[in-house]
Design a protein around this ligand. Sequence first.
Ligand SMILES: Nc1ncnc2c1ncn2[C@@H]1O[C@H](COP(=O)(O)OP(=O)(O)O)[C@@H](O)[C@H]1O
Ligand SMILES: [Mg+2]
Length: 426
Amino acid sequence: MFRGTLVRLALWYLLLFALIVACFNLIVYVSLSQALQASVFNDLQNKAKVAIDNNLKVTGNTIDQDPTKLIVGPNYADVCVVIEQFTAGQTGEQVVNGCSLYGVKELPERTSIALARQGIVSKYIEVTTANETFAVRTEPLRNHEHQLVGAVQVAKPISWIGDTLDRLKRLLAIASAVAMVLGALVALLMANKSLGPIRAAFQKQRDFVADASHELRTPLTLIRTNAEAWLRRSDGGSGAVYARNVVDETDQLSAIVRDLTTLALSDARQLRIDRKPVEVSSTLRGLIDQFQPVAEQRGVTIQPDLDGGVTVQADPSRLRQLFLILLDNAVRYSPAGGAVTVGVARHNGRVAVTVVDRGIGISSKDLPHIFERFYRADKARSRESGGSGLGLAIAKWIAEVHKGDIDVRSAPGAGTTVTVTFPVLK
Ligand SMILES: Nc1ncnc2c1ncn2[C@@H]1O[C@H](COP(=O)(O)OP(=O)(O)O)[C@@H](O)[C@H]1O
Ligand SMILES: [Mg+2]
């Protein structure tokens, strides 16, 4: 019961969980990459400041030529420094090129040096060389008179950030996959738990309907017995019409209550299906013989076309009930003088039982609904002929519990063909 709902609910829980995991991943990834970038940025800023304030001396227009402190000092362990003194030409004169020690030819970074000539700081530029990416900060260098004399570039390798983030991505992907598998289990458990009370309420409701319709049967039988006695006593007198009406209506009500009980019990899973091998053709033949008087009364002939023995695994009484519902409909909705054909055919490991009539047919508007409970296309006519609209609902249930299928083809005025198929017993 509720398997589809359970799966759908579990999927919703899982979707929610996936969204949470995705948000978590995004937050972890973005904050870590921002923190790493910020640490590089601050490091470059500090090292440039230390270089300019403590390790560089500008005398007049010349920069102190002793580069050793800038290259090997403990401050510069994980950065490299380029210092350029401005000259009249564009290129300037290299005072220090610590980065060439790392085999980097692309530094100094010319665009930001050009900006430094105008006194502008370039805070963070990424320069990609053959085997490393650097973050570069460039600051103009001024003498005591605040004249621009050169530029300082501090570069720090940052490929490791990309590597770290890649590793993090892989880790998050694996962790998320594991989380999703666990999440799916938890979602299923949660969905199952939240459906519990609904299931219980539903079952209670079904049990109630089953009990109620069952309880109605005894008083109905009593009413009928009494009405019959009344009918006998009235002996054709004025009361006879009323007594007859009561008997007829009670019969109709009994039929509805019987069908309702069947459906309610099947819903509540209280009906036993006793499967055994059943020969389809002989079952149909027996049924048709039984039903012949009813058909004759309505002026309809039944033409069996039942050669060949096919056996299915089924509850014989339920199978008879199903065929009876189809026969009853075919006869009920045929005009007097009509004919109904019943056939059996075997195809692809399944047996198909077809009931064909040339009766009033079913409009395409009604066709999708005829298996619904209490659905009747022509209510007046159906009721007049004793129908309740529960027959096909029961037929469908019987077909389903036997792994069968019911297919109805119909055209108004032309007739109806109902085909039921079952797996054949080997
Ligand atoms: N062979 C048929 N020909 C025409 N209409 C049919 C046929 N079988 C079923 N129907 C339509 O489907 C409706 C539902 O059928 P069913 O569940 O057996 O209820 P009912 O008790 O009214 O026969 C009927 O009321 C009728 O309108
Ligand atoms: Mg019917």
